[in-house]
Design a binder for this molecule. Structure first.
Ligand SMILES: [Zn+2]
Length: 223
């Protein structure tokens, strides 16, 4: 019996090692868009929060893959980044470069055989929001649908609305107006819970466009 467990454990460990990608960490020469100076910037392209919690902390703080120039300008580098939280079964790729890059990211997931919650996002900031949602124990697809309902209620579907935190029974949001001014918004968790009780979608791109379609279908289905 014990040997059966040992063998099963060894199999799990081998599978784990196969999926543990090496950390890609290097430097790249970047030109500062403000002063034109060329400098070396550190580039991290894989994050495993179990192995490299410090990289995750820097990512969430907006300090990862940033060119900090002597002139004071901070520039977010548009780099591919794979985030793999194997404990949560959550895998996300940042794929800068438009639709083709996102399609290539989705194809790479399909070829890798990785299973779990898989996402492709266009920017590192979009990844940060997904991680905040995941770490709060919430589902990104229900959060995106909640955003559409909140924005529809004020008639401003084009506004930027970001999940900020779950605070007891209240969801906290950051909303930006046309001039980029920040407004703090909150909504009861119960509205989110109603959405999250629906079946999880099988989609790699969970964004505003997806959520508008999904919300429309939900409302059409209810009528
Ligand atoms: Zn500079």
């Amino acid at each position: 019996m014990a040997r059966t467990f040992d063998r099963a454990r060894a199999r799990v460990e081998r599978a784990r090692m196969r999926h543990a990608a090496p950390v890609i960490r290097g430097t790249t020469r970047v030109t500062c868009p403000a002063c034109g100076a060329s400098r070396e910037a550190e580039l991290v392209q894989t994050i495993d929060p179990r192995e490299n919690p410090a990289d995750k902390t820097r990512l969430l703080a907006g300090e990862l893959n940033v060119l900090a120039c002597a002139c004071g300008k901070r520039t977010q580098l548009a780099a591919q980044l794979l985030y793999q939280d194997r404990d949560a079964g959550f895998f996300a790729q940042v794929c800068p470069g438009g639709e083709d890059a996102l399609d290539a990211g989705a194809a790479a997931f399909a070829a890798s055989g990785v299973t779990g919650t898989l996402r492709v996002v266009p920017t590192q900031n979009a990844l940060v929001e997904k991680i905040k949602i995941l770490d709060a124990g919430l589902a990104d697809w229900a959060i995106e649908m909640m955003k559409v309902l909140l924005l529809a209620s004020i008639g401003e579907l084009d506004r930027v609305l970001l999940f900020d935190a779950l605070d007891g029974d209240v969801l906290r949001w950051l909303m930006f107006d046309e001039d980029g001014r920040l407004e703090h918004v909150s909504s009861p968790r119960s509205g989110y819970d109603r959405l999250a009780s629906r079946a999880a979608p099988n989609a790699l791109r969970i964004d505003r466009a997806w959520a508008i379609d999904a919300t429309r279908q939900m409302i059409d289905g209810a009528n």
